[in-house]
Design a protein around this ligand. Structure first.
Ligand code: AHR
Length: 511
């Protein structure tokens, strides 16, 4: 074939590609004229377990500590979480929840039972942070509490009494006890789940057995406006969702699913900070698996709940690496780099885009454990790259999701490739917010936007990025990864264009 003919053929193939994809390369169409489901602010929820230094040292240091505190809660942490607008906190676990007997954690602290935290390092748990402390903490940071009941080693009576102690305004032995312990008025706790990972650390049950047990617990889980949650599937165990939806959907408001991004495998997960580009690629690829999980669990739920009354709640997600060298392996302490910022941005975009079914998510975990937003060491505090992504994405809380069409370039690594851009958009109060992740660690993506239904006159933006893929913030050092203004989005004669830098998470707002 002559050279010119070959070139002609290439051009035809290119044009055909464009027309098959519907929109031009590197174009994102946002349907601002078709607002969809509300992005429940609970999608921006957190998880705090009695594990390592999440509670003790992270949230709670006790009133006698020389670390500045408000009634025992670290002042710096409280301020940072208020600033983050944390909508919801899940507690006391995790695996810990199914070993937790709530009466050990009420009353005078000197009289509280000390127990062994069997799942997490075998350390002594003195129960100085219990129900009152958790609910006071939630009030302090302005978050809704979400309590996980003990199904694995507890009883229905114990669960029912806990609910009564917390939520009842009536006269009863439990409310009398609560008042003796200093709390006159009940708390308003809407979210309660019956157990955690009942397929694993929460009792190693079969779904059929747990479905019956859930129905029994749910019969005695009573409080005004209660949102009842079923302990859901491990990753892609769609049969778990199938059985629970078939047997118990009429008695639940939400069903959970847990999925962690593990870059390598569970035996050798990989370092949080020392990794190469191939591992970055794997981490992105494994994070994008969340899209498939949410889609397929939703499809199972659609069979039993076509009107989408039951929420899919991703109440544990995040990165899971090898613990930092020299730290207690049972404490799951890991650093947090720019890579974690991308993981957070991608997951939150996926949840936003599925807001019609996904009603809550809880990053694991809030402080000092797995993909934390905050790390503490004695008096010092570090806000992680993940913190800044949550701060940037707050604009989506309770906004309406917008349909989007994306046609972008690929991020190629060795013989594999992924879409370079991951995105979601929402509208609230006339402001359109678009959050974009460029997964490619080397190449920027030049994008033109078509915003249907909005004649924008104002544009602004923010960005989280850094010069290295493994940049992180550390104690006593200047932060390497922060939230900065993004000036690279242009609004010219109503047209929006931008170059999204390599390895970045970006917010563009238009009005
Ligand atoms: O987040 C750490 C642990 O991971 C939780 O306790 C458990 O639910 C999950 O397996």
């Amino acid at each position: 074939m002559k050279k010119t003919n070959r070139l002609g053929l290439l051009v035809v193939v290119f044009l055909l590609n464009l027309s098959f994809s519907g929109i031009a390369q590197n174009k994102i169409v946002i349907h601002a004229d078709q607002p969809g489901a509300k992005i429940d602010k609970a999608i921006y929820g957190h998880f705090a377990e009695h594990l390592g230094h999440c509670i003790y040292g992270g949230i709670y240091v006790g009133e006698k500590s020389d670390i500045p505190n408000i009634k025992g809660f670290r002042t710096d942490v409280v301020e940072a979480l208020k600033d983050l607008k944390v909508p919801l906190v899940r507690w006391p676990g995790g695996c810990f929840a199914d070993t937790y007997h709530w009466k050990d954690g009420i009353g005078p602290k000197s009289e509280r039972a000390s127990i062994v935290n069997v799942h997490w390092g075998g350390v002594t748990e003195d129960n100085s942070f219990g129900t009152h402390e958790f609910l006071d903490f939630c009030e302090l940071i302005g978050a809704d509490p979400y309590i996980c009941l003990n199904v694995g080693s507890g009883t229905v009576r114990e669960a029912a009494e806990w609910i009564e102690y917390v939520t009842s305004a009536n006269e009863s032995p439990m409310t009398k006890l609560r008042k003796q312990n200093g709390r006159e008025k009940p708390w308003n706790v809407k979210y309660w789940s019956a157990g955690n990972e009942t397929w694993g650390c929460g009792g190693n049950m079969r779904p059929e057995y747990y479905a019956d047990l859930y129905r029994q617990y749910a019969s005695y889980m009573r409080a005004p406006g209660m949102y009842k949650i079923v302990s859901g599937a491990n990753g892609s165990d769609y049969n778990w969702t199938e059985v629970l939806m078939r047997e118990a959907s009429r008695m639940m408001n939400g069903i959970s699913v847990h999925y962690y991004t593990v870059p390598k495998d569970w035996n050798k997960k990989g370092s949080a900070t020392q990794f190469d580009e191939a591992t970055w690629f794997n981490t992105m690829e494994k994070t994008l698996k969340m899209e498939e999980l949410v889609t397929k669990h939703s499809a199972v739920m659609d069979k039993y709940d076509p009107n989408k009354k039951v929420g899919l709640l991703v109440d544990e997600w995040g990165t899971w690496y090898d613990v930092e060298p020299g730290t207690n392996p049972g404490f799951l302490y890991q650093q947090n780099t720019l890579r974690d910022a991308l993981v957070a941005g991608i997951n939150l975009n996926i949840f936003n885009n599925h807001a019609d079914r996904v009603r809550m998510s809880n990053i694991a975990q809030m402080i000092n454990v797995l993909q934390s937003v905050i790390l503490t060491k004695d008096k010092e505090i570090v806000l992680t790259p993940t913190y800044y992504v949550f701060k940037m994405y707050n604009v989506h809380q309770d906004a309406q999701v917008l349909p989007i069409e994306i046609n972008c370039g690929k991020y190629n690594s060795a013989d594999k490739s992924l879409d370079a851009i991951n995105c979601s958009a929402s509208v609230k109060g006339g402001v359109v917010s678009i959050t974009l992740c460029n997964l490619d660690p080397v190449n920027a993506q030049d994008i033109s936007f078509e915003i249907q239904g909005l004649k924008a006159t104002k544009i602004s933006g923010n960005i989280v990025t850094a010069s290295k893929i493994n940049a992180y913030n550390d104690f006593g050092k200047k932060d390497e990864v922060v939230l900065a203004d993004f000036k690279n989005a242009k609004l010219t004669n109503g047209q929006v264009t931008s170059s999204i830098p390599a390895k970045s998470v970006v917010l563009i707002q238009l009005q």
